[in-house]
Design a protein around this ligand. Structure first.
Ligand code: CA
Length: 237
Protein backbone atom coordinates (compact mmCIF):
# COMPACT_ATOMS: atom_id res chain seq x y z
CA UNK A 1 0.00 0.00 0.00
CA UNK A 2 1.30 3.43 -0.93
CA UNK A 3 1.10 5.89 1.91
CA UNK A 4 -0.49 9.23 1.14
CA UNK A 5 1.09 12.15 2.94
CA UNK A 6 -0.51 15.55 3.22
CA UNK A 7 1.82 18.54 3.52
CA UNK A 8 0.36 21.69 5.01
CA UNK A 9 2.94 24.40 4.48
CA UNK A 10 2.48 27.94 3.15
CA UNK A 11 6.08 28.38 2.02
CA UNK A 12 6.10 27.01 -1.57
CA UNK A 13 9.84 26.30 -1.67
CA UNK A 14 9.73 24.24 1.52
CA UNK A 15 6.58 22.40 0.46
CA UNK A 16 8.25 21.64 -2.85
CA UNK A 17 11.43 20.36 -1.20
CA UNK A 18 9.44 18.03 1.05
CA UNK A 19 7.18 16.86 -1.77
CA UNK A 20 10.12 16.00 -4.03
CA UNK A 21 11.89 14.02 -1.34
CA UNK A 22 8.79 12.13 -0.23
CA UNK A 23 7.80 11.32 -3.79
CA UNK A 24 11.32 10.10 -4.37
CA UNK A 25 11.00 7.89 -1.27
CA UNK A 26 7.90 6.29 -2.80
CA UNK A 27 5.13 8.21 -1.04
CA UNK A 28 2.09 9.80 -2.58
CA UNK A 29 1.98 13.49 -1.76
CA UNK A 30 -0.74 16.10 -1.49
CA UNK A 31 -0.23 19.74 -0.64
CA UNK A 32 -2.21 22.47 1.04
CA UNK A 33 -1.15 25.99 1.95
CA UNK A 34 -3.82 26.49 4.58
CA UNK A 35 -5.70 24.38 7.06
CA UNK A 36 -9.09 24.89 5.34
CA UNK A 37 -7.69 23.38 2.16
CA UNK A 38 -6.15 20.55 4.18
CA UNK A 39 -9.52 19.82 5.76
CA UNK A 40 -11.25 19.58 2.40
CA UNK A 41 -8.52 17.19 1.18
CA UNK A 42 -9.19 15.00 4.23
CA UNK A 43 -12.95 14.96 3.74
CA UNK A 44 -13.27 11.72 1.77
CA UNK A 45 -10.30 9.83 3.11
CA UNK A 46 -7.61 10.51 5.64
CA UNK A 47 -3.96 10.56 4.63
CA UNK A 48 -1.50 8.20 6.33
CA UNK A 49 0.33 11.12 7.84
CA UNK A 50 0.17 14.87 8.07
CA UNK A 51 3.18 17.17 7.84
CA UNK A 52 2.08 20.40 9.42
CA UNK A 53 3.85 23.73 9.53
CA UNK A 54 3.68 25.51 12.88
CA UNK A 55 3.22 28.98 11.39
CA UNK A 56 0.46 29.25 8.80
CA UNK A 57 -1.65 32.16 7.62
CA UNK A 58 -5.06 32.01 9.26
CA UNK A 59 -5.25 29.12 11.65
CA UNK A 60 -1.88 28.08 13.06
CA UNK A 61 -0.54 24.56 12.77
CA UNK A 62 -0.58 24.21 16.54
CA UNK A 63 -4.28 25.09 16.73
CA UNK A 64 -5.08 22.79 13.81
CA UNK A 65 -3.22 19.89 15.47
CA UNK A 66 -5.22 20.43 18.66
CA UNK A 67 -8.48 20.31 16.74
CA UNK A 68 -7.51 17.15 14.86
CA UNK A 69 -6.51 15.41 18.08
CA UNK A 70 -9.78 16.41 19.73
CA UNK A 71 -11.79 14.90 16.89
CA UNK A 72 -12.65 11.20 17.04
CA UNK A 73 -12.16 10.68 13.30
CA UNK A 74 -8.76 12.31 13.05
CA UNK A 75 -7.29 11.55 16.48
CA UNK A 76 -5.20 8.64 15.26
CA UNK A 77 -3.72 10.57 12.34
CA UNK A 78 0.04 10.93 12.92
CA UNK A 79 1.24 14.53 12.78
CA UNK A 80 4.78 15.63 12.10
CA UNK A 81 5.12 19.28 13.01
CA UNK A 82 7.52 21.63 11.22
CA UNK A 83 8.76 24.43 13.37
CA UNK A 84 11.13 27.32 12.78
CA UNK A 85 11.44 27.78 16.50
CA UNK A 86 14.16 25.76 18.09
CA UNK A 87 13.69 26.71 21.72
CA UNK A 88 13.02 23.72 23.94
CA UNK A 89 9.77 25.15 25.23
CA UNK A 90 8.39 25.49 21.75
CA UNK A 91 9.21 21.90 20.97
CA UNK A 92 7.38 20.74 24.02
CA UNK A 93 4.33 22.87 23.35
CA UNK A 94 4.36 21.54 19.78
CA UNK A 95 4.11 18.06 21.21
CA UNK A 96 1.56 19.22 23.76
CA UNK A 97 -0.66 20.38 20.91
CA UNK A 98 -0.90 16.79 19.79
CA UNK A 99 1.90 16.45 17.25
CA UNK A 100 3.59 13.04 17.29
CA UNK A 101 6.98 14.35 16.31
CA UNK A 102 8.52 17.58 15.13
CA UNK A 103 11.35 18.73 12.91
CA UNK A 104 13.02 22.08 13.30
CA UNK A 105 13.72 24.22 10.23
CA UNK A 106 16.11 24.20 8.56
CA UNK A 107 16.02 20.42 8.33
CA UNK A 108 17.74 17.94 6.10
CA UNK A 109 15.30 16.27 3.71
CA UNK A 110 16.94 12.97 4.58
CA UNK A 111 16.13 13.40 8.25
CA UNK A 112 12.57 14.41 7.46
CA UNK A 113 12.02 11.29 5.34
CA UNK A 114 13.55 9.16 8.12
CA UNK A 115 11.14 10.64 10.63
CA UNK A 116 8.17 10.13 8.34
CA UNK A 117 9.18 6.51 7.90
CA UNK A 118 9.64 6.04 11.66
CA UNK A 119 6.28 7.62 12.41
CA UNK A 120 4.50 5.42 9.88
CA UNK A 121 6.22 2.37 11.30
CA UNK A 122 4.93 3.32 14.73
CA UNK A 123 1.44 3.05 13.24
CA UNK A 124 1.81 -0.67 12.97
CA UNK A 125 1.59 -2.72 16.15
CA UNK A 126 4.89 -3.53 17.86
CA UNK A 127 4.53 -7.20 17.11
CA UNK A 128 1.63 -9.53 16.89
CA UNK A 129 0.28 -10.18 20.33
CA UNK A 130 -3.02 -11.66 21.39
CA UNK A 131 -5.53 -9.67 23.44
CA UNK A 132 -3.93 -7.97 26.43
CA UNK A 133 -5.55 -7.27 29.76
CA UNK A 134 -4.40 -5.14 32.66
CA UNK A 135 -6.99 -4.54 35.34
CA UNK A 136 -9.98 -2.99 33.56
CA UNK A 137 -7.95 -2.14 30.42
CA UNK A 138 -8.39 -4.52 27.51
CA UNK A 139 -6.47 -4.24 24.26
CA UNK A 140 -7.16 -6.17 21.10
CA UNK A 141 -4.13 -5.59 18.86
CA UNK A 142 -5.66 -7.46 15.93
CA UNK A 143 -8.54 -4.96 15.85
CA UNK A 144 -6.33 -2.08 17.05
CA UNK A 145 -8.85 -1.29 19.77
CA UNK A 146 -8.69 -0.54 23.48
CA UNK A 147 -11.53 -0.68 25.98
CA UNK A 148 -12.06 -0.04 29.65
CA UNK A 149 -14.20 -2.78 31.13
CA UNK A 150 -15.47 -2.03 34.61
CA UNK A 151 -17.79 -4.49 36.39
CA UNK A 152 -21.47 -3.75 35.74
CA UNK A 153 -20.65 -1.23 33.02
CA UNK A 154 -20.63 -1.43 29.25
CA UNK A 155 -17.11 -1.52 27.80
CA UNK A 156 -15.95 2.00 27.02
CA UNK A 157 -13.66 2.55 24.05
CA UNK A 158 -10.40 4.35 24.75
CA UNK A 159 -9.26 6.54 21.90
CA UNK A 160 -5.48 6.85 21.56
CA UNK A 161 -3.03 8.50 19.20
CA UNK A 162 -0.56 6.20 17.43
CA UNK A 163 2.31 6.72 19.83
CA UNK A 164 0.14 6.39 22.92
CA UNK A 165 -1.30 3.18 21.53
CA UNK A 166 2.13 1.66 21.04
CA UNK A 167 3.25 2.86 24.43
CA UNK A 168 0.24 1.27 26.12
CA UNK A 169 0.69 -1.92 24.13
CA UNK A 170 4.31 -2.16 25.21
CA UNK A 171 3.40 -1.51 28.84
CA UNK A 172 0.60 -4.07 28.79
CA UNK A 173 2.82 -6.70 27.20
CA UNK A 174 5.45 -6.00 29.88
CA UNK A 175 3.52 -5.18 33.05
CA UNK A 176 4.80 -4.69 36.60
CA UNK A 177 8.25 -3.74 35.38
CA UNK A 178 9.94 -0.38 35.47
CA UNK A 179 10.86 0.88 32.02
CA UNK A 180 13.45 3.63 31.67
CA UNK A 181 12.84 6.44 29.18
CA UNK A 182 15.76 5.16 27.16
CA UNK A 183 14.26 1.68 27.01
CA UNK A 184 10.86 3.05 26.02
CA UNK A 185 12.40 5.13 23.24
CA UNK A 186 14.14 2.05 21.94
CA UNK A 187 11.13 -0.26 22.15
CA UNK A 188 8.29 2.08 21.28
CA UNK A 189 9.86 4.68 19.04
CA UNK A 190 12.61 2.59 17.53
CA UNK A 191 16.13 3.90 17.53
CA UNK A 192 16.37 5.01 13.92
CA UNK A 193 15.89 8.66 14.74
CA UNK A 194 17.19 10.80 17.53
CA UNK A 195 14.45 11.74 19.95
CA UNK A 196 14.94 13.41 23.30
CA UNK A 197 14.01 11.48 26.42
CA UNK A 198 11.65 14.26 27.46
CA UNK A 199 9.45 13.28 24.55
CA UNK A 200 8.58 10.14 26.51
CA UNK A 201 7.19 12.25 29.34
CA UNK A 202 4.99 14.18 26.94
CA UNK A 203 3.47 11.00 25.54
CA UNK A 204 3.02 9.48 29.00
CA UNK A 205 1.13 12.61 29.95
CA UNK A 206 -1.01 12.24 26.85
CA UNK A 207 -1.63 8.55 27.49
CA UNK A 208 -2.73 9.29 31.06
CA UNK A 209 -5.01 12.07 29.84
CA UNK A 210 -6.68 9.60 27.47
CA UNK A 211 -7.17 7.18 30.37
CA UNK A 212 -8.67 9.75 32.75
CA UNK A 213 -12.26 9.63 31.36
CA UNK A 214 -12.38 5.87 32.02
CA UNK A 215 -10.68 6.20 35.40
CA UNK A 216 -7.63 4.18 34.35
CA UNK A 217 -4.84 6.75 34.45
CA UNK A 218 -3.56 5.60 37.84
CA UNK A 219 -2.48 2.25 36.39
CA UNK A 220 0.45 4.04 34.75
CA UNK A 221 2.89 4.84 37.51
CA UNK A 222 5.90 7.11 37.57
CA UNK A 223 8.85 5.56 39.33
CA UNK A 224 10.92 8.46 40.48
CA UNK A 225 14.41 8.52 39.02
CA UNK A 226 13.80 5.33 37.02
CA UNK A 227 10.96 5.60 34.58
CA UNK A 228 7.44 4.27 34.22
CA UNK A 229 5.49 1.10 34.76
CA UNK A 230 2.00 -0.24 34.39
CA UNK A 231 0.65 -2.15 37.35
CA UNK A 232 -2.50 -4.03 38.27
CA UNK A 233 -2.19 -2.75 41.81
CA UNK A 234 -1.64 0.99 41.62
CA UNK A 235 -0.84 2.95 44.73
CA UNK A 236 -3.88 5.12 45.25
CA UNK A 237 -2.98 8.76 45.53
CA1 CA B 1 4.92 28.91 7.47
Amino acid sequence: MTHRILIVEDEPSIAELIAINLTHAGYEVERAMQTEVALSLMKDSLPSLLILDWMLPGKSGVQFAKELKANERTRGLPILMLTAKSEEMDKVSGLDSGADDYVTKPFSPKELVARVRALLRRQTPIEHTGPLTLGPIKMDPSAHRVFAVWPDHDPKPISLGPTEYRLLQYFMANPERVHSRENLLDKVWGNEVYIEERTVDVHIKRLRAALVPVDCDRYIETVRGSGYRITKTPTET
